[in-house]
Structure formats: structure tokens, C-alpha cells
Design a protein around this ligand. Structure first.
Ligand code: FES
Length: 329
């Protein structure tokens, strides 16, 4: 029999593996394919605070997926996420849409920050595509709390708008909504050029939109340090360059081709590594790193852990240019 250790914090019980068990206390429909869930502690205890733009890793239908929290993160008694139904996805979103009901329990990992607002920014230009509005909504809640200057561009398919009224209210009406790609592209070029010095740009949405916005900002002279993006999922990552992994314990070297994850390459070579999401969000595949410089592309390790450079998530991360990663396997 195995017994999981746990810790009581502020009346709430957090398992030793960092998992919180919450209960669904609200369900709402936003757009035709978006389901918004409100989660709370079963005992009513306060939940861990989080930085605006953080995400929650949710166990859904045997997988772990990351979803942006939409609140401002200060003293939360509830967590709110909005889930886009992905018919041909891995099944997590379908489970959250079709199986989960009011009053059900849901296991989540404590919030992680990957897309925080810069407090010293003179202005926050917030750009969202589709379900990418969710971390932007979190930024807007914080912006209102702190009286920050914001401007929002939101582009979405005609039947997939989410939180538009809330975003309009929080931005003080300083929002432009687009359902036609050409109109958004045209307006983007103008907006990028007319920002006051010290503005920071945040973009979240499909990979193609993020790439276009970031490239347009660069072409308009924005320094990279003032452009921030949030990407979810393996599909949003580029295939990367080929590299080598040195297995120091077994004295072997494994080649990782472009477009193949380190996890896939190691498994193909007979190395078994526990994993769940294969998207850099659940933390299950974490392995020690004993040499080489990794490009960390996961949403699991904190900035401090990434700087420490002693662990890597092989499902998404790769070696820095020309480097060989060493792992004690
Ligand atoms: S399998 Fe989930 S982070 Fe790698």
C-alpha cells in the first residue's frame, strides 16, 4: 500500500506532488466551442495566488493540459479557465466539455507564471487571437486593479468570440474586434507604429498570428525586450535543429533529428521516460541535465529552475545551437 504525503496550507490540503483537488462550482458557455469553468476548494479555503497571465495544468481525461487563468490572481477564492473544444485534439478538451459536470472534482497543479505583465511599462498593448484572449483577460483584470493604460486588438472567427463584453468593460472600451484577417493585419501595422515610448506588447493566439505580430513589431522597430508572447502546445513550436544527447550512465549517444522531440528519440532508442502531456506542461518527463546548454521550451520549469540548468523537459526542449546535452541515464 502506498501513502501519498500531503501538506495543509491555510486550511487547504496540497498533495506532496503539488496537486490540488478542486471542485467545479460554475460552468458557462462562451462562443459556440468555448466552455468556461469556475473551480474552488471543496472546503472553501483560499487558493494559491498567481501572477496575471499564469496558467493552470489540469488533469483531464488521462492527460494534463495547460489553460490560462482569467482572473488577476490576487487572493483568489476561485480559479476560472476557458476551454476551447478541439475536436481532433488529444481528448483533454473534449473530456472537459463532455464529461465534466457541476460539482465534479478536478485535479490541477498550482498555477505557473509564463506570461507576466511588466509593471513598469508605460502602456500595455494586448493582442489576442481566438482563445488566446484568456491570458489577456487576466492581464486586463490586473491592469484595472493597478490603473494601467491598455489597448486591445482581438481577432477571432465569427462564431468563436469569448469574453468580448468583459474585455470591453475592463479595457474601458479601448478594444477593437476583428473577424476579418485582412482588416486586422491592416490595423495592426498602424497600431504598432503609433505607440508611446515604453509600451510593451503582449500577444497570445494561434502560432501563425503570434509569428505575424512579432515579425511586424520587429519590422516596425520594436525591441525584442518589449514584445511578449504566449504559445501553448507542441504544434506552436518550431521543429528545431538536430542535436545529440549523451547518456553518461549507459555511455551512449542518441541523435535527435529536426522535428523529432528528445523524448521520442530516447524512446526510439529504448530509453523509457515517464510522461503525460508531451507538451511541456505537466512536468512528468523531467530528467536531470548534467552537461550542455538546453533551450527550454516548456511551461513547467520556473525561470529559476531554467537558469539553474540542471533539469530539462525532453518532450519539448532541445539543445542550444551546436551543443550536446548530457543526461545521467
Ligand atoms: S510529458 Fe509533460 S512536460 Fe513532458
Amino acid at each position: 500500500m502506498s501513502v501519498a504525503a500531503s501538506t495543509a496550507v491555510g486550511g487547504r490540503t496540497i498533495a506532496a506532488d503539488g496537486v490540488l483537488t478542486l471542485v467545479v462550482c460554475g460552468i458557462a458557455k462562451s462562443g459556440s466551442n468555448i466552455r468556461s469553468l469556475t473551480l474552488t476548494d471543496p472546503s472553501g479555503a483560499p487558493l494559491p495566488a498567481y501572477i496575471p497571465g499564469s496558467h493552470l495544468v489540469v488533469e483531464a481525461g488521462g492527460r494534463r493540459n495547460a489553460y490560462s487563468l482569467t482572473g488577476d490572481g490576487t487572493n483568489p477564492s476561485e480559479y476560472e479557465i476557458s476551454v476551447l473544444r478541439v475536436p481532433d485534439g488529444s481528448g483533454g478538451s473534449r473530456w472537459l466539455h463532455d464529461e465534466l459536470d457541476f460539482g465534479d472534482e478536478l485535479r490541477v497543479l498550482a498555477p505557473r507564471s509564463a506570461f507576466p505583465p511588466v509593471a513598469r511599462a508605460a502602456k500595455h498593448l494586448l493582442i489576442a487571437g481566438g482563445i488566446g484572449i484568456t491570458p489577456i483577460l487576466s492581464h486586463l483584470h490586473a491592469a484595472r486593479r493597478w490603473g494601467r493604460n491598455v489597448q486591445v486588438l482581438y481577432t477571432h472567427r465569427p462564431d468563436d468570440a469569448a469574453h468580448v463584453d468583459e474585455v470591453a468593460a475592463l479595457s474601458g472600451g479601448n478594444i477593437e474586434v476583428f473577424t476579418a484577417r485582412a482588416a486586422f493585419m491592416e490595423r495592426l501595422q498602424v497600431v504598432l507604429r503609433e505607440q508611446p515610448i515604453g509600451t510593451h506588447l503582449y500577444v497570445c493566439g494561434p502560432a501563425a498570428l503570434i509569428d505575424h505580430v512579432c515579425e511586424s513589431a520587429q519590422a516596425s522597430g520594436w525591441p525584442a525586450s518589449r514584445v511578449h508572447s504566449e504559445r501553448f502546445g507542441i504544434d506552436a513550436l518550431d521543429p528545431g535543429d538536430p542535436f545529440l544527447v549523451r547518456l553518461t550512465e549507459s555511455d551512449r549517444t542518441v541523435a535527435v533529428p529536426s522535428g523529432v522531440s528528445m523524448l521520442d528519440a530516447l524512446e526510439a532508442d529504448g530509453v523509457s521516460i515517464p510522461n503525460l502531456c508531451r507538451q511541456g506542461v505537466c512536468g512528468e518527463c523531467r530528467i536531470p541535465l548534467s552537461g550542455g546548454t538546453a533551450i527550454h521550451r516548456d511551461l513547467y520549469l520556473s525561470d529559476t529552475e531554467k537558469t539553474a540548468a540542471d533539469a530539462v523537459m525532453p518532450c519539448v526542449s532541445r539543445a542550444a545551437d551546436g551543443d550536446i546535452l548530457e543526461v545521467p541515464l
